[in-house]
Write a protein that binds this ligand. Structure first.
Ligand code: GRF
Length: 210
């Protein structure tokens, strides 16, 4: 059984999707044992509590550098014995030392079809504003392993979502979450826990179900 720790900073709808999938028995061979928030008041901590999952805070504001924050996070994660770390709306870019320590064991969800609309500065509503500004007809979501460069690690799953006439960034954000993010993230986590993901360079090979 893989030990899953979810890192959050905000509302936590993707965490909720994971908790709901777990309650339905859809996270095979894995268990969410802890949620760690970088923000003390994050609503995601309430969601964890509601599902009887212990919540922890490693407050970014208590540390004056990314390195010292990373050290504290690493300490917490090794205390929690994490096999898999899921970034579910976690706002901070992890240091290379962190990524190296958990190589191919950190999963992130990004609300666009990588390599479009991603990287530094592409977070939250901005991603959807940029997609609308550019005029793409399709956007979507991507689940990927985390590498030292933002949003650049090996891609696990992607799902396209259509842009519709009259979309605002808010409307599009909601559609991408409902149609793609909340499905893809639990699916990728379950695949990881079953040992069905194999990383070969940039390519992630997925074993078929037996
Ligand atoms: C999601 O859009 C996710 O793709 C991105 O941050 C947002 C987090 O939302 N990485 P939530 O906290 O899961 O509601």
């Amino acid at each position: 059984m893989k030990n899953i720790v979810v890192l959050v900073s905000g509302g936590g709808t993707n965490l909720q999707a994971l908790l709901d999938a777990q309650a339905r028995g859809e996270i095979r061979n894995g268990k969410i044992t802890a949620v760690v928030s970088s923000t003390p008041g994050a609503f995601a901590l309430e969601r964890a509590k509601g599902a009887n999952v212990p919540g922890h805070v490693v407050n970014r504001k208590d540390y004056d550098s990314r390195e010292s924050f990373t050290e504290a996070l690493l300490g917490k994660l090794s205390e929690l014995n994490a096999d898999l770390i899921v970034l579910a709306g976690f706002l901070y870019i992890l240091s290379p030392a962190f990524v190296e320590r958990y190589e191919n064991r950190i999963i992130n969800i990004h609300p666009a079809l990588i390599p479009s609309f991603c990287g530094d500065g592409f977070y939250g509503l901005k991603v959807h504003e940029k997609a609308l500004e550019y005029g793409v007809k399709l956007t979507g979501a991507t689940v990927h392993f985390v590498s030292a460069e933002a949003d650049a690690g090996p891609i696990i799953l992607q799902k396209a979502v259509a842009i519709e006439e009259g979309d605002t960034a808010e409307i599009l954000q909601k559609r991408v979450m409902e149609q793609a993010e909340w499905k893809l993230l639990p699916e990728a986590v379950s695949l990881f826990c079953q040992g069905r993901l194999h990383v070969e360079g940039r390519i992630v090979r997925i074993d078929q179900a037996e």
